[in-house]
Ligand binder design. Structure first.
Ligand code: ATP
Length: 736
């Protein structure tokens, strides 16, 4: 008597229905030679050499094409009893049913091979073990139901009913194929089961064949369904029920119809039997190659009913029975071939946990309530969850958009910087060319200096941008050097920067120039001069006349100025003092002081003083002033223009600027800035009165002379020009 070794499966396994794939348990049982076979001296050609291998021991030449050894999960020789077959080849699979796993035990073989003999005992053993298990597991409540049917000539018949009319097969969406109106008896006890088993045996179709006087001519299917529930959880919502069934299938003989009695009824039975068995063999063979393609379960009622237990959600054991007699060698080989295919079939059994009706009702009620709440309150938990998810995604999208914008800004900034650098390179080249051009001019001027004419070397001009308040005609300490300090108020500087909106290129240009000036400052051989405003207390027409005379004078005589004159005393000078000087000297002085409104020489005492008058007289460099208060030292190339101005011809200041060859070759953009800056400075000048008391400039006095002589610009524009020039424009003028 076997015992049930399996413990109740873990709750999580029940809940999750853990699937377990395994192959069909296949065993072969070889019965002893029966009396007839012994009588016919039919030798036994098969021998079980061990628990798993059976060999064909006859070495007849004609049999050499077939294998002589077969290996299965278990093989049982003629000496093995049915209990041993059950224990080794069926019990484990059959008793899975108590753990909620479907199971099937097949008996397959030719007629009189011992199928019924084996399956009857195995069914009884299983029933005994199940009841024994139930007794040992009183914590669970078991419900056992038993049903029995046979398929005879492809007709399903209820073996527990006296009604022999065939039953229909129905396809249930949840349970699969079911037999309509099949009797299912709930077992009261083990005794009740034995009675039902006896009834089935009595109801089953039997007939006499040439091989078996009590041959079973049908396929018998006994089904025991076990439903179990833990007693402690019964009636509770969390309770679950295990529901599974075990099938005991005693197949009809697999022999050919011709091998049985030649009686007409047996021949017909054989045709139907073979049809079902042929389909079963096809299904097993296809399943052995995997679950691909069509599996012809519906080709026979046998396979249709057993579909869930063939290669599906069930553990399966097949016991193939065979006769050892040489006379049955062909059927025995067919049986072994079938067993070999069945051995390759994998099943996928899982625990079948069934929710109790009460628990199912409770679960459905909760689900219904939840759905109603969602409909009533859109902002319920589920909706809120979705809203949160959408909000998170929106936030991520916005964050990514911000990152994209930042990257685009960085890209634009990089492009802007690149353009600035390129522009700076171009301007630097222009600056170098301008510098070279200036050097040429200076060289020319130096040659003039060697002749005693003072020329302001533009390369030695230092641009000192400082507040007027602090500059106050600073005289450089360096001897032998001239400095040109363009004193521009800080307010003006900032204004110039703002109105001209100097680009990076312009800033670099200015910086470059300042560096050039500073570099040349150390090596400068010339004295510095200071651009400053000169206070003129009165307008002297004589000065203007003298200046005009000076300008019209083509003499190249050198008019040396005194140190005092050269120093350009910032103190206001009275008109009376001027009249005391000789006419020519006065004229020169006037011209010098007038021009010193823009450029005031600050010579060192020991150095020869560059003469502005010489500049004028030589017509090589001319102090000019544009309408927009641009003081310029212009070379002879624009002298003709000045002459035209002197003659009353109007020449736009822009023309002066643009046509000045010594002017740095700035881009059109810079020129635009220059003009705009100049015009803007005019606007600024009108509101920007001089605060420095030391520098008293009377609007329209000294500059008015120039205005009258050159361009006739208005007095307001002229008077503050030296304070308004953008630094680079001042540079243009000086360098020109
Ligand atoms: N292992 C066995 N040991 C002793 N006797 C056996 C064994 N197997 C079968 N027999 C006997 O052989 C005879 C035929 O057995 P059984 O009826 O079980 O064959 P079967 O395969 O069911 O045939 P059928 O398909 O015709 O019903 C029976 O009398 C049975 O007692």
């Amino acid at each position: 008597m076997g015992s049930i070794s399996g413990e109740e499966i873990a709750p999580w396994e029940k809940a999750e229905g853990v699937a377990k794939e395994e192959r069909i348990l296949v065993s072969v049982r070889v019965r002893p030679l029966n009396a007839k076979e012994i009588e016919k001296n039919d030798p036994s050609d098969w021998e079980c050499v061990n628990d798993t291998t059976i060999i064909f021991k006859n070495s007849l030449p004609e049999r050499s094409a077939f294998p002589t050894a077969y290996t299965f999960d278990k093989v049982f020789g003629h000496q093995s009893n049915t209990r041993h077959v059950y224990d080794e080849g069926a019990m484990e699979v059959a008793l899975s049913v108590v753990n909620g796993i479907n199971a099937s035990i097949f008996a397959y073989g030719q007629t009189s091979s011992g199928k019924t003999y084996t399956m009857t005992s195995i069914t009884e053993y299983t029933m005994e073990d199940i009841y024994d298990y139930i007794k040992r597991h009183e914590e669970r409540e078991f419900v056992l139901k038993f049903s029995a049917m046979e398929i005879y000539n492809e007709a399903v018949r209820d073996l527990l009913s006296t009604d022999s009319s065939p039953l229909r097969l129905l396809d249930d969406p949840e349970r699969g194929t079911v037999v309509e109106k099949l009797t299912e008896e709930t077992l009261r006890d083990q005794r009740h089961l034995k009675e039902l088993l006896f009834t089935c045996g009595a109801q089953r179709q039997v007939g006499e064949t040439s091989l078996n006087e009590m041959s079973s001519r049908s396929h018998q299917i006994l089904r025991l369904t076990i439903e179990s529930t833990a007693r402690g959880f019964m009636g509770k919502d969390s309770s679950s029920t295990l529901l599974a069934a075990v099938n005991f299938i005693d197949l009809a003989g697999s022999e050919r119809a011709s091998q049985v009695s030649s009686a007409s009824n047996r021949l017909k039975e054989g045709c139907h039997i073979n049809r079902s068995l042929l389909t079963l063999g096809t299904v097993i063979r296809k399943l052995s190659k995997g679950r691909t393609g069509h599996i012809p379960y519906r080709d026979s009622k046998l396979t249709r009913i057993l579909q869930p237990f063939l290669g599906g959600n069930a553990r399966t054991a097949i016991i193939c029975t065979m006769s050892p007699a040489r006379s049955h060698i062909e059927q025995s080989r067919n049986t072994l071939s079938f067993a070999s295919c069945a051995k390759q079939v994998a099943t996928n059994a899982q625990v079948n946990a069934v929710v109790s009706d009460k628990a199912l009702v409770k679960h459905l009620q909760r689900e219904l309530t939840r759905l109603e709440n969602e409909l009533r309150y859109p902002g319920s938990a589920t909706c809120t969850h979705h809203s949160d998810a959408l909000r998170d995604k929106d936030a991520k999208i916005k964050k990514m958009e911000r990152e994209i914008m930042e990257l685009m800004q960085q890209r634009d900034l990089a492009q802007f910087r690149l353009e600035d650098l390129l522009r700076a390179v171009v301007d630097e080249r222009a600056s170098r060319q301008w510098e070279e051009s200036s050097h040429l001019s200076v060289s020319h001027a130096r040659s003039e200096c060697e002749d005693g004419v003072s020329i302001y070397d533009t390369s030695n001009i230092a641009y000192q941008i400082a507040d007027l308040d602090s500059s106050r005609f600073d005289m450089p300490e360096e001897s032998n050097n001239y400095k040109y300090n363009l004193e521009i108020p800080s307010k003006m500087k900032s204004h110039l920067r703002s109105i001209s909106s100097p680009t990076l290129t312009e800033q670099k240009l200015l910086q470059g120039r300042e560096e050039i000036v500073e570099a040349t400052h150390e090596d400068s051989e010339y004295h510095c001069k200071e651009v400053q405003c000169i206070e003129i207390h009165a307008i002297s027409t004589s000065r203007s006349d003298e200046f005009n005379l000076l300008m019209s004078d083509g003499s190249d005589s050198l008019l040396a100025l005194t140190d005092e004159d050269r120093l350009g005393d910032p103190a206001p000078q009275s008109v009376s003092d001027t009249h005391l000087k000789p006419a020519m000297e006065q004229s020169i002085d006037i011209a010098t002081r007038t021009t010193d409104n823009i450029v005031k020489p600050c010579p060192d005492a020991s150095s020869p003083l560059p003469s502005v008058s010489k500049v004028m007289n030589s017509r090589e460099l001319v102090l000019a002033r544009s309408r927009s208060c641009k003081a310029s030292l212009m070379n002879t190339s624009i002298l003709s223009l000045l002459e035209n101005v002197e003659q009353g011809k109007e020449t736009p200041p822009e023309t002066f600027l643009k046509e000045s060859p010594g002017r740095p070759r700035f881009s059109a953009e810079n020129e635009t800035h220059s003009v705009e800056g100049s015009q803007a400075s005019e606007k600024l000048t009108s509101n920007d009165t001089l605060q420095n008391e030391d520098i008293k400039t009377v609007p329209g006095e000294a500059d008015a002379n120039l205005s009258t002589s050159f361009s006739g610009t208005n007095e307001m524009d002229e008077c503050h020009c030296h304070k308004q020039l953008p630094s680079y424009q001042v540079g243009f003028l000086i360098c020109a």
